[in-house]
Each structure stands twice: as C-alpha cells, then as structure tokens.
Design a binder for this molecule. Structure first.
Ligand SMILES: [Mn+2]
Length: 340
C-alpha cells in the first residue's frame, strides 16, 4: 500500500475526490458484518451517485441487510457476497474501522480493486485503504458522504437523500446523542430539502413493531439491573430468552442508559456460544477503551465487543472493567451541567 493517503479534515480533499472523478468506471461498495443504516445508507448513496454518472456498481458484504432497513432506496441491490467477481476501479468501505469486519472479503477486494477508499468516523480506524478519509468529528459517516457528493457536484436525488438522512438519524439516536453538532443539522436540513422525509424515516425505523414485540420488550426490560451506587446498569440476555428479531430491531442498551444516575450501560447477549457486548457512556468514561480491552472498538460513548461465554462470567468480567474505568474517571459533573 505504498503511497497511501490519510485525510482527517471535515471536507474531502482532492485525494479523496480523485478516485471518483472519472465519468465512467466500476465500483464495489463493500459493507461490514451486520450492516447498519450508516454503512448501508452511505454505500447506497455514493453508489447511486456514481451510477447516475455511468458507473457500474456492485453492492454487498458478508451479511444481508436487516429486514428493518428494507425501506432504504436501492437496498435490494445489496447482496450477500461470498466471492468477488471481476475487477473494480474503486472499492469503497464506509463506517468500517477494521477491515477484518468484512469476514475476509477485504483480501479478495485488495486483489480485485485498483484503489481502496476507506471513509469513516471511528477514532480507532486502522487506515487500511489507499485513500483514508477519517473525520472523527462527524456524527455519522453519512455527514462525510454528503460532503463528498456535494464536492463532486453529484445531484442529491430523493433516494440518495433518504439513504444519507437515515444514516444520520440512526447514528445520532434520532439527533439526541452528544455527537450531534450544528453540522449534523445543516446536513440533515439539506437532505430534507433534497427530498428525505423525516416522518417516513421515523415511522419505518421506530413504528413497525410486530404485534407481540412489546410483550418481548417487557420480558427484556424486566431483566435490567442497576448497581447499588446507580452508576452502572446492565441487561444480560441468555440465548433464546428473547427472539433474535426483537433484539435486532430494538436498541435495548438505550433502556439501561436512560436511568438518570447511570454513567455506563451494558447489554450482554449470549449468541452462538459467545457474548456480544454493547457499551454506552455519557461522557464520563471512554467506553471504547473498555471495549478495546476485549478486542472490540467503537466511539467514546458507544462501543462493543464480543467475548467468550458463559454469560454469567462474561457479565462479571465486563462489569469489573466498567467499575475500574469509573473508579479511574474524575467525578461526574452535577446533573444538568452542560459539557459544551
Ligand atoms: Mn457510523
């Protein structure tokens, strides 16, 4: 990877734009495991802008899109990939800090593509592309791809706007998290101007529960535990306790996070003999560092990792790491004091 370029600015430099300047080409839009709306929305938006300029575009990754995101325009073209066919001028990975999250597809991609472009906002991004655009101040990769399309002069069609708006919506918890900035709202405003419909996106994301979903949600919430000092809340779900479909469609970790005194929230779910851990912070502790102790990663206030079972042992170990991080952190400011 001689001559690799890394850009950390808020705006795309010529190095970032150059791979997309050509009027015709072939691109692979490569997603990571368990794709979410930030990765899917950005791959689809950029791919659709390239298609409009005459490019041939392949979309896919190791896992299919979740059913909840079937409304993303063009998502039906996103395929589950096992082997890559043909060659590409450019391969793009978005929102993917670690190329191993492609389950080996990155190795085939390196052989099949002339240039790999890595666009992300995770602080622990490994800069594995020929061109790396890593802006950790962006709330979502959607903000970056929006700037990229504007810089390229690509028309923002309603499908492109909907894909990028959904990326912003989900990565910011509906514009509620501490990663939201004036730039987030400026980008969102431009996307709504271009045809994204906020009510449609909200309805598709949050008001499509099945008839028994609330009962399952109740089962899950009854298992939330809060530490004696109130600073840690967690939810440990044994395998089979709640249907996978319900777990995937609910951001369950947000419920322990919503307790006022909680500084760190954890969701631990047993899955195929391992335990998937989601961590959420409120700015006092860098939960990405906790996840990194277990080989995971993410953002300062939202991170995850996968560790060995059984569930009870995993819970004990993770809560131990959380308590150690809290003990090392300065005292939290009084409730209501703003950080900004
Ligand atoms: Mn993201």
């Amino acid at each position: 990877m001689t001559g690799a370029v890394t850009v950390t600015a808020t705006m795309p430099s010529e190095a970032v734009l150059a791979p997309f300047r050509s009027t015709r080409g072939s691109a692979l839009m490569l997603g990571h495991v368990h794709p979410d709306a930030d990765v899917l929305g950005t791959l689809l938006a950029l791919g659709q802008a390239l298609q409009a300029r005459g490019w041939s575009v392949t979309y896919g990754g190791p896992h299919p899109p979740p059913a909840a995101l079937a409304f993303l325009p063009g998502v039906e073209r996103y395929q589950r990939l096992q082997a890559l066919d043909g060659r590409f001028d450019v391969a793009v990975l978005t929102d993917c800090p670690n190329p191993q999250r492609t389950e080996g597809l990155i190795d085939q991609t390196r052989r099949a593509a002339a240039t790999i472009v890595n666009i992300d906002h995770h602080p622990d991004n490994r800069r594995y592309g020929d061109v790396n655009w890593i802006d950790v101040s962006a709330a979502a990769t959607g903000e970056l791809v929006y700037e990229l399309l504007v810089a390229l002069g690509a028309p923002l069609t309603p499908p492109i706007a909907t894909n990028l708006f959904t990326a912003l919506h989900t990565d910011t918890g509906s514009f509620r998290y501490s990663n939201v900035t004036p730039r987030t709202f400026r980008t969102a405003a431009a996307l709504v101007q271009a045809g994204a419909d906020p009510a449609f996106v909200s309805e598709r994301l949050y008001e499509r529960r099945g008839p028994d979903a609330l009962r399952w949600l109740g089962e899950a919430l009854a298992r939330v535990e809060v530490s004696d000092d109130g600073r840690v809340a967690w939810l440990a779900l044994p395998s089979g306790a709640i249907p996978e479909k319900v777990i995937e469609s609910e951001e369950l970790v947000n419920y322990p996070r919503s307790v006022a005194t909680v500084r760190v929230a954890c969701l631990l779910r047993e899955y195929l003999g391992q335990v998937k851990v989601s961590l959420r912070g409120k700015g006092d502790v860098d939960v990405q560092r906790i996840a990194a102790q277990f080989g995971g990663g993410g953002h300062p206030n939202a991170a995850g990792c996968t560790i060995a079972g059984p569930l009870a042992e995993a819970t004990r170990v993770v809560l131990g790491a959380v308590r150690a991080a809290l003990a090392a952190a300065p005292e939290a400011p009084p409730a209501g004091e703003s950080k900004r």
